[in-house]
Design a protein around this ligand. Structure first.
Ligand SMILES: [Zn+2]
Length: 255
């Protein structure tokens, strides 16, 4: 699943194509998507901003209309240059000149008013975005402490109501960098330790959001059985908590 840095990177790629401009064409080609009316509702309206909040992407138009997208496991966005042909499975295409922004496979792709977006609990209930220009550490800690203290810290960090943007990869790498066992109950992780995990993730995620290269930040993710890059012990893997998300950690240097 794309994590916050990937969505922010997408916003950074889409913004120069669309922000401040009226798209030359808005199309909803996929027959099963069936959003008749979008081209008419968006006709003549400029895109005022393209922004990410956690794993959510927003394309905001004049007069208070917003396209809201969440990719979950299956969706994607592409920016096509130089008249490359539009995939026939596209749900949405926004063309300006010879460049086109295309959304594929939803699965969450909806047109809403700004006021609805403000009250929608999937959006309004999000915790502070780890990639916000000013990270709200107090709100993060408050939400973390309101959550189940027996929940492993690695799992608690995935809760988008606590902190928005961290997914499974960053959970693993952040706990590794901060030398904290992802299985330790959240209630036994101090505020300073929780903030150390965020401090490990944030600059790496900012870098990835800027250049789209997430892979180079993988030090232990997907490396079960291989030596820990810090101490040489074998990296372990086990599914975590209710969603059974693959968790990698070093049993020797993460306490
Ligand atoms: Zn180690």
């Amino acid at each position: 699943m794309p994590e916050g840095d990937t969505i922010h990177h997408l916003a950074n790629r889409i913004r120069p194509v669309l922000a401040g401009h009226v798209p030359d064409e808005v199309a909803t080609p996929h027959p099963r998507f069936g959003r008749a009316g979008w081209p008419e509702r968006l006709a003549g309206r400029a895109v005022t901003s393209v922004d990410a909040l956690g794993k959510h992407l927003f394309l905001r138009f004049e007069e208070g209309l917003t396209i809201h997208s969440h990719l979950r496991m299956s969706g994607s966005w592409r920016v096509l240059d130089g008249g490359r042909s539009r995939p026939r499975t596209a749900w949405l295409a926004l063309r300006r000149g010879d460049r086109e922004v295309v959304q594929l496979n939803g699965p969450v792709l909806e047109l809403m008013t700004e006021s609805r977006a403000r009250f929608d609990q999937r959006i309004a209930g999000l915790g502070p975005d780890i990639l916000a220009p000013e990270f709200d550490a107090d709100r993060f800690l408050r939400r973390l402490r309101e959550d189940d203290p027996t929940r492993p810290i690695g799992d608690a960090l995935l809760d988008q109501r606590t902190i928005a943007g961290i997914g499974n990869l960053w959970k693993v790498e952040g706990c590794f960098e901060a030398r904290i066992d992802p299985w330790r109950p959240a209630g036994e992780v101090s505020d300073a330790e929780a903030l150390a995990i965020v401090a490990a993730c944030r600059p790496r995620m900012q870098q990835s959001a800027a250049d789209g290269n997430q892979r180079r930040h993988r030090r232990i993710y997907g490396r079960a059985g291989r030596p820990c890059p810090r101490c040489g012990a074998a990296i372990r893997e086990r599914g975590q908590w209710e969603d059974n998300r693959a968790t990698f950690w070093c049993p020797a240097c993460q306490a």
